[in-house]
Design a protein around this ligand. Structure first.
Ligand code: NAP
Ligand code: GCO
Length: 266
């Protein structure tokens, strides 16, 4: 093994939904490791915001407006990237939403929207990039799963179903395309402080921590929420040649929460 195996020089990475949050952190780490960054978001103003944020870090990124649930738009995006920038070596299926609604109060429409973005989106994007990866003789797909790929909790039925499905889609892509030197793995973040989890960390009217915030601290051996930067090293590893024999694996980056029964209430 050479330490260069952990580098991404000369690689083109598409990170979906990467104007900010976890996707942005992963993309910036890829850029620092030498990759060319391409990202998409669903609104032009978000893409512009993302481009400005990357530029502030000295990163020349390429941004596109594209909804990951729109197969024609994704196919055209991949074609445009291949024509203008080059073949995609690394795909990170990061774009995702969550709706926190008690299941029996959730409309089928809301349930379907979460499944569409969080599970169909990764299917559509992976299907679009794999043919060129096969031609090129290598490829890396990283699916951003979740603790909810393993555990349930109240109000997140659609999200858990999607992320559980994404875990198995990861294993299936690994199984079906491993022979073409394509590795497909997942990253399962724990509770990460991003806009998506902001409602769970809101300071209460009396100035106290949100009950869920305190709950997560008690359930996490690291006794803290994760931050998006905690995911950067694992993502670079799974995107690099250093992980060429790692396939179908979900790497949980959760501060130990999945291993821990939780702190005894005082
Ligand atoms: P976030 O802050 O909500 O960012 C999600 C990004 O995806 C946003 O830029 C969003 O754009 C974009 N997006 C949403 N729907 C899209 C679509 N149809 N097509 C393209 N882009 C779309 O979320 P995050 O916390 O960074 O999470 C990123 C990923 O990590 C998600 O898959 C999430 O499920 C997963 N995850 C998060 C945590 C956590 O604790 N934060 C833990 C485990 C896993 P808009 O702003 O327009 O919606
Ligand atoms: C929630 C949170 C979680 C995190 C993450 C945990 O409401 O429980 O949003 O789902 O986003 O997925 O790994």
């Amino acid at each position: 093994m050479e330490m260069n195996d952990f580098r991404l020089d000369g690689k083109i990475a598409l990170v979906t939904g990467a104007s900010y949050g976890i996707g942005f952190a992963i993309a910036t780490a890829f850029a620092k490791a030498g990759a060319t960054i391409v990202f998409n978001d669903i609104k032009q103003e978000l893409v512009d915001k993302g481009l400005a944020s990357y530029k502030e870090l000295g990163i020349k990124a390429y941004g596109f407006v594209c909804d990951v649930t729109n197969e024609e738009a994704v196919t055209n995006l991949v074609k445009e990237i291949e024509e203008k920038i080059g073949t995609i070596d690394i795909l990170v299926n990061n774009a995702g939403i969550i709706k926190r609604i008690p299941m029996i109060e959730m409309s089928a429409k809301d349930f379907r929207q979460v499944i569409d973005i969080d599970l169909n989106g990764p299917f559509i994007c992976s299907k679009a990039v794999i043919p060129s990866m096969i031609k090129k003789g290598h490829g890396k797909i990283i699916n951003i799963c979740s603790m909810m790929s393993e555990l349930g909790r109240e109000t997140v039925s659609a999200y858990a179903a999607a992320k559980g499905g994404l875990k198995m889609l990861t294993k299936n892509i690994a199984s079906e395309y491993g022979k073409y030197n394509i590795q497909c793995n997942g990253i399962g973040p724990g509770y990460i402080a991003t806009p998506q989890t902001a409602p769970l960390r809101e300071i209460q009217p009396d100035g106290s921590r949100h009950p869920f915030d305190s709950f997560i601290i008690a359930k996490t051996p690291a006794e803290r929420w994760g931050n998006a930067e905690d995911l950067q090293g694992p993502a670079v590893f799974l995107a690099s040649d250093a992980s060429n024999f790692v396939n179908g694996h979900i790497l949980y980056v959760d501060g130990g929460i999945l291993a821990y029964i939780g702190k005894q209430p005082q």
